[in-house]
Design a protein around this ligand. Structure first.
Ligand code: SAM
Length: 471
């Protein structure tokens, strides 16, 4: 039953094509003329094929890498401006029946404390997140058919959307749960989720099977075809990613782009986001047991080439990465970051950090307020915008907004209006002044005069206590 679509996974993640691509990139890695021409061509923001992108990633010429970084920055500026979308993960339950060898939730781990939030605890956790200023959450859960069934996830989403908070509701719930059926994806869509996120971990089938020896996740085809089923269930915003450190990075980088190409070709819309998690130490997980961990330099190179290869796709980075690393990759292409995150179940409502239930060790431990202040000092606009999916601009409708450049008339004023809400409801007087100054300068950059005028009006109304404006 699981393998109903399995031939397709083998087709769109073609192992031989990945090996051939790596060989071709190795053969051409000193062909600076070709590499230069690809870098120059990518300025047209039309993206690159997996072959072309891997060649850029394989190139180790420092000057050319700097050139790639410069193009990546320009592409990012063109589509995303200086906006950075903010979110926080919410861990619902760490009960899991899978055997993933890199994840501390694996079923055989006897040292991790297991916990599943009740609906009352979810209200408390979400209220704590709202007290910080969050509007967008990513739900996380282990896979457990009886303890975390789809009904539990759906009930939790309903609970979250219904929580009344003095500063307004959670406006977007993204979901990162195990691969499931078309029927369940349909239910998630009906529950009003934003993006469905699922990391492939690795596209290398043989190694995937070794890394996932037991449990439903051990079925490579079922996992790899999850996004096809999500699309068939009506979810058109999907987020893909690999866990860098598990497999040779060039293999997974190529697989990731082939997956994006498949979604674009088959459903007319590539992934909404790509996440770039790196393996971290965790309860009973020692990164020294893994041979394929990557350096910061390679990590930055990956982010820059992804930005060039898929210009319209949002890129997400979590608090697995340090402040310094996040600063660098924000510049190269990342468009969404988490802030003030706890990766433990119930972590937002406990005074002390209680890490005994957590999924991985967080590197960036700053509060959301500190992250916002840091982003402002770096010249970014922290955005709490959730407008697109609420206005039905998902899938190809969102993509066409980006492709036609209309994003500047939409996302830019939305970012400023949601940041203004943050200034009024959460910021210290000093940070509030920084935000006001930034908004004054940035509002002038909204291209359409009528939208600019309305946005200025809305900003005044936000100061007067009104909330939740959007374009
Ligand atoms: N249970 C779901 C699944 O297996 O896909 C989704 C939730 S899981 C909490 C989210 C992601 O955390 C996994 O997809 C994996 O990539 C990542 N992860 C697991 N162990 C990790 C580790 N030691 N370091 C960093 N990330 C890890």
């Amino acid at each position: 039953m699981y393998n109903k679509l399995s031939d397709k996974a083998v087709e769109f993640i073609d192992h031989q094509e990945i090996l051939d691509t790596i060989k071709w990139a190795d053969e051409n890695k000193d062909n600076y003329e070709l590499i230069n021409s690809l870098i120059e061509r990518s300025e047209d923001c039309k993206g690159l094929s997996h072959r072309e992108a891997l060649l850029l990633l394989t190139c180790d010429n420092k000057e050319l890498i700097e050139k790639m970084f410069a193009v990546a920055k320009r592409i990012k500026q063109r589509f995303y401006g200086n906006r950075i979308v903010m979110f926080a993960p919410l861990y619902l339950s760490n009960y899991c029946i899978n055997g993933c060898v890199y994840c501390p939730y694996h079923g055989k781990n006897k040292t991790i404390a297991r916990k599943k939030l009740t609906q009352e605890e979810i209200v408390a956790e979400v209220t704590a997140l709202q007290d910080m200023g969050h509007k967008r959450l990513a739900l996380e859960a282990g896979e457990h058919p009886t303890l975390n069934p789809i009904e539990y996830i759906l009930e939790s989403i309903k609970t979250i959307y219904s929580i009344k908070h003095k500063n307004g509701a959670i406006r977007r719930v993204n979901v990162n749960i195990a691969a499931t059926t078309v029927e369940n994806y349909r239910k998630l869509k009906e529950a009003g989720i934003g993006t469905y996120i699922l990391f492939q971990e690795t596209y290398h089938k043989e190694d995937y099977e070794k890394l996932h020896p037991t449990g439903p996740k051990s079925d490579y085809a079922y996992h790899t075809e999850a996004m096809d089923r999500a699309m068939q269930g009506g979810i058109d915003d999907v987020g893909i990613g690999v866990l860098f450190g598990l497999e040779r990075y060039r293999y997974d980088f190529t697989g990731l782009l082939m997956h994006a190409e498949h979604l674009e070709a088959k459903y007319g819309c590539g992934p909404h986001t790509i996440s770039v998690p790196r393996l971290c130490p965790a309860d009973d997980i020692d990164t020294a047991d893994f041979d394929n961990t990557i350096s910061d330099e390679i990590f930055q190179h990956i982010v820059a080439v992804l930005r060039i290869a898929v210009p319209y796709t949002g890129m997400i980075i979590s608090t697995r990465e340090s402040k310094a690393c996040r600063e660098k990759v924000l510049d190269l292409g990342v468009s969404q970051i988490s802030g003030g995150s706890r990766t433990s179940v119930g972590g937002y409502t406990t005074e002390e950090r209680h890490d005994e239930t957590s999924q991985f060790d967080v590197s960036d431990r700053r509060s959301l307020g500190e992250v916002i202040d840091w982003l402002l000092d770096l010249g970014y606009i922290p955005s709490f915008c959730t407008a697109c999916y609420r206005a039905g601009r998902t899938g190809d409708r969102f993509m066409s907004l980006v492709k036609t450049g209309q994003i500047a008339n939409c996302c830019h004023p939305n970012a400023l209006m949601t940041l203004k809400e943050y200034a009024e409801d959460y910021a210290t007087p000093e940070v509030r002044q920084k935000i006001y100054k930034l908004i004054d300068a940035e509002i002038e950059k909204v291209p359409n005069p009528a939208i600019r005028k309305r946005a200025i009006e809305n900003l005044k109304q936000i100061e007067a206590g009104e909330r939740d404006f959007r374009f």
